[in-house]
Design a protein around this ligand. Structure first.
Ligand code: MN3
Length: 206
């Protein structure tokens, strides 16, 4: 059972004008696909050949196989990122998530400011996450392929801050991309479903 590349949860042009169809096309069918292919190449014929992606990430981290961890975690992180983006305007946190946001950050605008500062300030490649950890919400940064699955944190949303996420649209101006995503595209319904679930989101199996 190989890992397969799931469909995008939207059409590539649906996030325009905030993220172009060209950016989504390259990001999904070149970058994301290559991580899926590298994961499958690394597990073929081995003990993880029929494991779930979550099991592969955890095992690769435990055995310090950085090449496999990077490919598998990037496969997972990217699908979580696609789910974290939504073209629908007006989607808001559920009342339960809103209450947790108020408690941990003071309010949604305060959370957005904190996410934005982390995403703009993150050095080099990585990810910025809204997570539930130890009973409260937090903004977490991971470097390179770093993934909350190995950190005892439940991810609710993520923003990809690798250059390939925005370079075609904004060149070096990461803050423009970050603001466009935070102001227009974050999928609060996805975050709410993750918050209210007893378990961590699972990568779709074929
Ligand atoms: Mn990416």
């Amino acid at each position: 059972m190989a890992i397969h590349l799931p469909d995008l949860p939207f059409s590539p042009a649906d996030l325009e004008p905030h993220i172009s169809a060209e950016t989504i096309g390259f990001h999904y069918s070149k970058h994301h696909k290559s991580y899926v292919d590298k994961t499958n190449g690394a597990i073929e014929g081995g003990s993880l050949a029929s494991a779930s992606l979550e099991e592969i990430i955890t095992a690769a981290d435990a055995r310090d196989d950085r090449a496999l961890f990077n490919a598998a975690a990037q496969t997972w992180n990217h699908q979580f990122y696609w789910e974290s983006l939504a073209p629908t305007q007006g989607n808001v946190p559920s009342s339960a998530l809103q209450a947790a946001i108020d408690k941990s950050f003071g309010g949604l605008d305060d959370l957005k400011s904190k996410l934005g500062a982390a995403a703009k300030g993150h050095f080099a490649s990585g990810w910025v996450w809204l997570v539930e950890q130890g009973g409260s919400l937090a903004v977490l940064e991971t470097h390179d392929a770093g993934c909350p699955l190995t950190m005892d944190a439940k991810p609710l949303l993520t923003i990809d801050v690798w250059e390939h996420a925005y370079y075609l649209d904004q060149q070096n101006e990461r803050p423009k991309y970050v603001e466009a995503v935070i102001d227009n595209l974050l999928n609060w319904q996805f975050a709410s479903a993750n918050f209210e679930s007893d378990s961590v989101w699972k990568f779709p199996q074929s």
